[in-house]
Write a protein that binds this ligand. Sequence first.
Ligand code: DAH
Length: 347
Amino acid sequence: MKLNNIEDFIREIQMTSLEKAMDRAAFVEQFRIKFLGKKGIINELFEEFKTVPNEQKKEMGQALNRLKAAAQAKIEEFKASVEQMEQQSQTSDLTLPTDYSEVGSRHVLSVVMNEITDIFSRIGFTVAESVEIEDDWHLFSALNFPHDHPARDMQDTFFVEKEEGRQEVALRTHTSSVQVRVMENNKPPIRIIAPGRVFRNEAISARAHCIFHQVEALYVDKKVTFADLKQTLLYFAKEMFGEQTRIRLRPSYFPFTEPSAEMDISCNICGGKGCNICKGTGWLEILGCGMVDPNVLEACGIDSKEYSGFALGMGVERMAMLKYQIRDLRLYFENDLRFLRQFDALV
Ligand code: DAH
């Protein structure tokens, strides 16, 4: 007797949900046919009801009516939710633009590095790139570093291989190594610019980092003089920091240049009057340079009697700091979008 299962049917109806149905309207129709259709469960039960003894009729009849009401109520509920879904899909406007997705931008260091490269390429320098893991010859020996020079020390250099009797290998500490690679493999005239990453064993602070970027420039030809260097520097300073920029050269020392100099530019913040950026001097130190030491030319297979050259090297982080008044070097590497977004407009 199915009539004994009325309560089970009621429970089944109550627990049925539309959620998992693929086609909701079809699901509702199937549900209706199952319970309320001509040959559905409820009609079948009404047939059976006819055979119920009189004394049970009242109770069974009530239960049957509850089942029918439950099935009808459920179908109403289903229909309402199908209708609501349809309305929702009609109100979504498929012609509206999709979610705005943000386009990335160049990192300020790449922007500055590209700008320096561009300035030099306008006067005929081409980009040269080389390895970041270098041997002792290209990093130091060919560049005329004496054997006891402190730059060769463990304190400054990240050595990859340092074994007795073997050529030492290290992460490059400067892009000057590219000079050597280029001179070894090319005949003058040579006019290259070498942007790249360099590594030094330094504690990270607002003013120092163990990874940073440099741009190196090298010009070797017949009769290259210090006047060529000076004019190139003046051109670069004006292009980079503005037409009003003045330069000043101070004598200095680098193993690979003779004579060597450091270049200052007039402070672009106070215009040379003196402020806290230039520490009241009116000048900012921005790069090292000099005439390529004849020993270096010879080490690279270039006749120093026939050719001469100049070289210069600068730190990209420092350039960007001076140009955009960035106070802390660590900001470049922290990937904080609030910092990076300030440079969105640069190309
Ligand atoms: N290599 C030097 C450094 O890392 C920078 C430098 C100075 C490069 C003078 C040069 C130069 O080419 O002539 O501090």
